[in-house]
Design a protein around this ligand. Structure first.
Ligand SMILES: C[N+](C)(C)CCCC[C@H](N)C(=O)O
Length: 288
């Protein structure tokens, strides 16, 4: 099993993540809290109360864990294509796989990474939603003091299954949308690259960026539900399940609720995925 894809996925995931984290914090807050009037209001309030550091809450942990998740995503994708088409990463430029194969391999990668992502994403979302300013002497400490403390508290208070809260919504979100992610990327690369040639860096950046946006647009409704399910259970359980969360949210806030965070998510998706794909392709190429 080729391991370079896993390593390249690892490094490129970490690079993309660091770039996108401030956008991600604003997105999570807009999706789960109703105190903000919009993107600008959320940015201003976060900055005023928590300084620039507020935007980087919950980042250290995903930086390590997203790297693992991305490595599973790209590693599984590439190896699934190897099984389906019997071509390696290098051979695929000359013998491009069909879009159906790309889609199936993408869905497989999306499905498997969702399980590694679920507990990591839960911890990230819980930490990002802590709006207390940095601890001052004498002030009450926030509920979770860091990722390890957060994981231990969830385990203690909500049981081992609590760590997989929202995992179902996450799997439904990622299985088809990662398929769309890779199909968009491949399609755009092929549009701008002569047959049999490797895509240029500019092409990879643009194709990666738009692949990120396209997949996030489709993923946003379930992303909102996922984030809400993850925050549920903190005080008391409000939703009886995924469907109940959808119906309750729509009834209370209208159908627009399913698009919360869409703008900021798209603004984040472009640079994150442009950098992810560029570094992924670059690493694989330089390893020959
Ligand atoms: C498929 N879905 C839209 C869920 C995400 C795919 C892109 C993953 C990337 N690490 C990012 O965070 O943007």
């Amino acid at each position: 099993m080729p391991v370079e894809e896993f390593v390249a996925g690892w490094i490129s995931g970490a690079l993309g993540l660091a770039l996108g984290h401030p956008f991600d914090t604003v997105k999570v807050r807009l999706q789960t809290q109703s105190t903000y009037r919009g993107i600008v209001d959320c940015i201003v309030k976060t900055y005023r109360h928590e300084s620039i550091l507020g935007f980087f809450k919950g980042m250290s942990f995903p930086l390590a864990s997203i790297a693992v998740v991305n490595s599973v995503l790209f590693g599984v994708y590439s190896n699934a294509l190897l099984v389906l088409t019997a071509t390696s990463h290098q051979e695929r430029r000359v013998q491009p796989p069909s879009y159906t194969h790309v889609f199936i391999a993408g869905c497989t990668g999306g499905f498997l990474q969702a399980y590694c992502l679920a507990p990591c994403d839960l911890i990230k979302v819980r930490l990002q939603n802590q709006t207390e300013p940095r601890a001052q002497p004498g002030s009450r400490p926030p509920r979770y003091q860091g990722p390890v403390h957060c994981a231990a508290s969830i385990f203690r208070e909500e049981g081992p299954r609590g760590l997989f809260r929202g995992a179902w919504a996450l799997t439904l979100r990622d299985t088809p949308t990662v398929g769309i992610y890779f199909v968009t990327y491949e399609w755009l690369c092929r549009q701008f690259t002569p047959d049999g040639r490797t895509p240029s860096s500019a092409t990879v950046l643009v194709a990666g960026g738009f692949a990120g946006i396209a997949s996030w647009v489709v993923a946003t409704p379930l992303d909102v539900i996922k984030s809400r399910m993850q925050m549920d259970g903190l005080k008391r359980s409000e939703y009886r399940g995924l469907l109940d969360c959808m119906v309750t949210s729509a009834r209370r806030e209208g159908l627009g609720v399913f698009f919360r965070g869409l703008t900021i998510n798209s603004a984040r998706a472009f640079p994150v995925n442009a950098v992810t794909f560029l570094s992924y392709e670059y690493l694989l190429r330089s390893w020959g």
